[in-house]
Design a protein around this ligand. Structure first.
Ligand SMILES: [Zn+2]
Length: 332
């Protein structure tokens, strides 16, 4: 009898050991990050010499090549026009889309492609071995309202549409959107202001464009407490911005327990940006990435999709993006 029990015990531990080893092996084999982009982002410009230029993407690709990280880049086939438009309609009104299509057909095409890349990135995270994704897309999206025109270089709010896509397609409840662009993500705030399923955390200069983002704006109705604005003044340093994410984001995230994380990754909050006035360095962005990645690992098996927003110093934007991508690609 005793020998039998010993044998059962031995077999159980053996099964556990094999399962554990198999599991660790599977985790080791997971690719950490991919950078999704397409040459369509080399098109569209608001005007000659405008800072929101195709060069922003070209520089990021060049910097990735120089850092020998080009193997992370994956070009995505842009081909699902009507399907994408239906997802855009989850956030934007028919009138807004109709006006953008008529007045700015190329911007419509390029911004729709950005949405397509984002949602294909989500599919990759759910259905393949990749843990997280950086979407090297443009124009930015977090100022796009339903006004029928461009707002702050934006046409469609890519991050907001992606959040809706994750919720509807994958039946996910709680999404955290982190926005560290120098400017307030006013459109993201607007679309989720009364929605407790999306926690929006934005650090920005509330006195810059578009003049919104007061910390007093905390959401309404059931969404009260799920909109967090943190004002950071000119000359904000790495330490100041990192402190905000450690002291203000971490406690609320523990209660919210996100199931997926989206980053509105704007790098105009970096030092020397022509449209910003912060002093955040690449190291600062590396630390912010680490903080958000730790949250993703703790609460949602690392599921994180990061989307480029602003960033207008071509070298600075590319350098910060690469620092961010390097951190995303680190093994846990
Ligand atoms: Zn910005």
């Amino acid at each position: 009898m005793k020998t039998k029990r010993k044998l059962v015990k031995y077999l159980v531990s053996l099964i556990i050991l094999v399962f554990y080893r198999f599991n660790t092996k599977a985790k080791e084999n997971k690719i950490n990050t991919k950078v999704l982009s397409d040459k369509i982002f080399f098109k569209h410009k608001i005007s000659k010499d405008h800072p929101e230029t195709p060069d922003r993407i070209k520089y990021i690709i060049n910097y990735l090549n120089k850092s020998k990280l080009n193997h992370l880049i994956e070009n995505v086939d842009i081909n699902s026009g009507n399907i994408i438009e239906n997802w855009i309609k989850e956030i934007h009104s028919n009138n807004h889309i109709k006006n953008i299509k008529e007045m700015e057909p190329l911007a419509h095409k390029v911004s729709s492609a950005a949405v397509e890349i984002c949602i294909k990135g989500v599919d990759m995270i759910f259905n393949s071995d990749v843990r997280n994704i950086f979407c090297a897309v443009r124009p930015p999206g977090h100022h796009a309202l339903n006004t029928g025109k461009e707002e702050g270089f934006c046409y469609y709010n890519h991050v907001a549409i992606t959040a809706k896509y994750i919720q509807k397609k994958y039946l996910i409840d709680r999404i955290l959107i982190v926005d560290w662009d120098y400017h307030h993500g006013n459109s993201t705030e607007y679309f989720f202001y009364d929605d407790p399923s999306v926690l929006f955390f934005s650090s920005h200069d509330q006195y810059a464009y578009p003049g919104t983002g007061s910390p007093l704006k905390k959401g309404k109705k059931r969404g009260l407490g799920y909109n967090i604005n943190v004002h950071l003044p000119c000359n904000t340093t790495d330490k100041q911005i990192i402190d905000v994410y450690k002291k203000k984001l971490l406690p609320i995230v523990k209660k919210f327990k996100p199931e997926f994380i989206l980053i509105s990754a704007g790098f105009d909050s970096r030092v020397d940006d022509p449209l910003g006035c912060y002093k955040v360095t690449d190291n600062g962005f590396r630390e912010l990435t680490k903080i958000v990645l730790n949250i993703a690992n703790k609460f949602c098996d690392g599921k994180l999709l990061s989307i480029l927003e602003g960033g207008y110093n071509l070298d600075g934007n590319a350098s910060a993006a690469v620092a961010h991508i390097k951190e995303l690609n680190k093994k846990i």
